[in-house]
Design a protein around this ligand. Structure first.
Ligand code: TRP
Length: 332
């Protein structure tokens, strides 16, 4: 039998899911459902490296799962789980910390950024976070890990840790390859098109559960460009705001850039911006409604995450047993 390749990814429920998560990641995951054996999880353990409000963390974790499903990730065909429900992550995370060098962790740009931002809480977890992420990945022996620009360095470190471990103990971990999806938009902030869409700039961020009128308002206020051309033309270098709106529109409608330019020829931004807003509103409407329905069905949601954790744990445990044996822990 031809075994499917294994793919794995996670998103931290530290903020509400937004259009960037959807168009940049989740939509691709849905398209890959049949091609790969997939593991997708809510990385709740990672979020506590920064202080969280407990009730919000709980709500966002469940909402993220409901949204995964509402976006089309079929829980029968994808293993969907909550990281903290699979204790092997914490267990392997500890082991791998002992195979990660202080110098390596010190060089992580995300650590440098986050410790600059949270100077009053530069905790050991924030520092060791990449070792836990390596455990998240290596437990499932995946072939591919998707590389978002900001996670590239952590993925490379994961490979280094795996190679270091294998060098001592033999082939325990599969060395995962970075995966660059063929399609998929890198969505930028609507009001700061040089930075990635993120919850930290809420006015430039479209949240998945947001009300249509709020979405429209944000699109109407989106930054277009500083020249006075007022023409829908794809030129990321000089018109990053317009290019971003075009790539959102393209990702949702499947239209090419020349098609979009033709559609809005002579219209100006006054027509273009609300049209993109409409497309987004209509794309998100059924997802939001379905997520709301799923969230109200507590028994269903619970069944999904319990089944997911069981499946994940079964696979993760095989890797963990092997690791424990290799390093000399007495079998239970
Ligand atoms: N660190 C990732 C982020 O902040 C989330 C994450 C945690 C992850 N573990 C992972 C992503 C494993 C891919 C694979 O976005």
């Amino acid at each position: 039998m031809d075994e499917k390749k294994v793919m794995l990814s996670g998103i931290q429920p530290s903020g509400d899911l937004h259009l960037g998560n959807y168009l940049g990641a989740i939509k691709n995951w849905v398209e890959r459902t049949e091609e790969f054996d997939n593991y997708y999880f809510m990385a709740d353990m990672h979020t506590i490296t920064v202080r969280q409000t407990p009730a919000d963390l709980r709500r966002r974790t469940l909402e993220q799962l409901a949204l995964y499903i509402a976006c089309g990730l079929d829980p029968e065909k994808n293993t969907l789980f909550i990281q903290s429900h699979v204790p092997q992550h914490a267990e392997l995370g500890w082991v791998l910390q002992c195979y990660t060098m202080f110098g390596e962790l010190s060089r992580m740009t995300q650590f440098k950024d986050k410790s600059a931002k949270h100077q009053d809480n530069i905790n050991a977890g924030l520092f060791a976070y990449p070792s836990l992420m390596a455990a998240d990945i290596l437990l499932y022996q995946p072939d591919f890990i998707p590389v978002g620009e900001d996670q590239k360095q952590h993925c490379e470190l994961t490979r280094d840790i795996a190679q270091r471990f294998n060098h001592v103990y033999g082939d325990v971990f599969k060395i995962p390859e970075p995966y660059i999806p063929k399609t998929g938009a890198r969505v930028m902030s609507l009001n700061a098109p040089d930075s990635k869409m993120s919850k930290s700039i809420p006015e430039g961020c479209i949240f998945m559960m947001e009300k249509p009128e709020d979405i429209q308002r944000k699109f109407k206020r989106a930054i277009t460009d500083s020249d006075s051309e007022n023409c829908v033309r794809f030129d990321p270098a000089t018109k990053p705001g317009v290019a971003n709106l075009m790539s959102i529109y393209a990702a949702i409608t499947g239209k090419s850039y020349p098609e979009i330019e033709a559609e809005f020829a002579g219209c100006g931004y006054g027509k273009f911006k609300p049209a993109v807003g409409d497309a987004v509103v209509e794309c998100l409407r059924p997802i939001r409604e379905e997520a709301t329905r799923i969230l109200a069905d507590k028994a269903y949601l619970e069944n999904v995450y319990k089944t997911g954790a069981e499946k994940a744990s079964y696979v993760a445990n095989k890797t963990l047993r092997k690791v424990y044996k290799k390093i000399g822990f007495v079998a239970r």
